[in-house]
Structure formats: C-alpha cells, structure tokens
Design a protein around this ligand. Sequence first.
Ligand code: RP5
Length: 161
Amino acid sequence: MSNPLVVVVMGSKSDWEVMRAADETLTQFGLAHECRVLSAHRTPEALVKFVEESVANGVEVFIAAAGGAAHLAGVVAAHTTLPVLGVPMESAALKGLDSLLSTVQMPAGIPVGTLAIGKPGAINAALLAVAILSTSRPDLREQLKAYRAQQAEKVLAETLS
Ligand code: RP5
C-alpha cells in the first residue's frame, strides 16, 4: 500500500474494538491509512517519534482515540500543525464523559476537532478525514456524495412492522 494519508492512533488495544469502525470506513473510501496503539502516558517518547515520522512520510490527517484521562489527541496536536481529530472512548467508570472532556477542552492555540463518544465518533472521524482530504481531491468528494445518497436511500426505504 502507498504511504498513509491518515493515521489512526489509539491509547490501548482495548480501544480497537471501537476504532476498527474508523479503519473500516477509511478502507471503504480506499484511503491509505495506518492504525497504531501508542499512549500519551505509557509510551510518550514513542508517540512523539511516531507523529514526527508520520508527518515526514506525508500523512495529512491524524485521528487519535483515547479513554479516561484522554490526552492522546492533545499531545498529537501539540506536535503537528496537521488536522487532529479526537475520538473519546467510552470508559467503564464515567461512560466516556471523562474522555470527552479531556479530549475537547484544549487550550486556545492547539486545536483538536473532537467527535462523539465511541463508535459514532470513530466513523465520523474517518468521514471527516475523508472530507478534509476531499478539498483537494474531487474523486473523494464524489465518493462522499455517493455515501450520503446511499445512506438517505436506506433510511427512506425503512419500513416498520
Ligand atoms: C486509555 O486508557 C486508553 O485509550 C483506553 O481507552 C484506556 C484504558 O486502557 P487499558 O487499561 O484498557 O489499556 O489510555
């Protein structure tokens, strides 16, 4: 596969069950991407090295998912000016409210575009990454339009018994 345009990084393998939805969505759009487990707290140096290497290799969007004291997206954003999309993971103790607040409440100057908690956020982060990349790639824009049209068709065809 060619060099990844999107990187999906998550704080723990325990996030993968949810974050595979981002992986699948990016695959659906045929986007070269890479998924990795790296933690802002458990592997801080390796995380920064990975961000720097990814930027050098031509990545254009980062998706970062973490739960609890979720600093991953913020730390990624601190080390690149590329767009960083944060996905708060649902935590056992506080149902993801902790993850949401620690991902979304960034200080002015270091933005993280924060999505919804859990699987909807994982899917939307991937779709937003596609949308960001589509500003300079008309083929991706067409694919996004087709995705929306298909989604609408599905809803309109629903029947209730
Ligand atoms: C965060 O802590 C991870 O992103 C995960 O959501 C949470 C729990 O991690 P584990 O203890 O399951 O590895 O860093």
